[in-house]
Design a binder for this molecule. Structure first.
Ligand code: 5GP
Length: 192
């Protein structure tokens, strides 16, 4: 069992609707020890790839993505969920993403200034549920002509369809924790 799995068992709270609350160490208060372990797991898997940029989506992907980007010594770029005034009328990439936890659909935005066909991009996010956030980011990377080097996820809920959709899209997915079930308020991980 890895460190993140241990912390999920100790401090994660299962909420109605198959939602796992990890606000005490990942989504609100952030434990640097957890981040360090998460970064090491991603480096073990993706460390030998050509990566020019780490991309995520605001807000909860930013912490693991910036920590990893610092180790890889490449920039971190995050997609914005609302249109900031600084990106109005600018050239940008957009993709529609439906949020599993919030139940809303939004256009996520990345400026064309920071992504082009010379990039090889690692996509990072905190959770994988139905795959909308990760696939929206992969869509933006592909619009730019850049290559998707892989998708790294901290916590995958393997009973939802994101894993399958990402595999079907031919993308390389690595998830540090794979949750088989949250039934009856209990976290069960996939067997190795
Ligand atoms: P997806 O786009 O794969 O359906 O959902 C992934 C996004 O929804 C993540 O960026 C994450 O913020 C949020 N999310 C999905 N499921 C959960 C969950 O069980 N717990 C928390 N805290 N966030 C979740």
């Amino acid at each position: 069992m890895n460190y993140l799995e241990k912390r999920i068992l100790e401090d994660g709270i299962v909420k109605p609707g198959n939602v796992l609350k990890v606000d005490s160490f990942l989504n609100h208060q952030i434990d640097p020890m957890v981040m360090e372990e998460v970064v090491n797991e991603f480096l073990n898997y993706f460390g030998d790839r050509k990566i020019t940029k780490v991309i995520t989506i605001e807000a909860s992907g930013i912490a693991p993505a910036i920590m990893l980007a610092a180790k890889l010594k490449v920039p971190m770029l995050f997609a914005k969920k609302t249109e900031p005034s600084t990106l109005k009328n600018e050239n940008r990439y957009e993709s529609e993403v439906h949020s599993y936890t919030k139940g809303v659909t939004s256009n996520v935005i990345i400026s064309k200034e920071y992504l082009d066909e010379t990039d090889s991009v690692l996509i990072i996010d905190d959770f994988l549920a139905n795959g909308q956030a990760a696939l929206g980011l992969a869509d933006i990377v592909q619009q730019s002509g850049a290559e998707v080097a892989g998708i790294g996820i901290c916590i995958e809920k393997s009973f939802q369809k994101g894993h399958e959709l990402i595999k079907e899209a031919g993308l390389d997915l690595f998830s540090i924790c794979r949750i088989k079930s949250l039934e009856d308020g209990e976290v069960q991980f996939m067997e190795e």
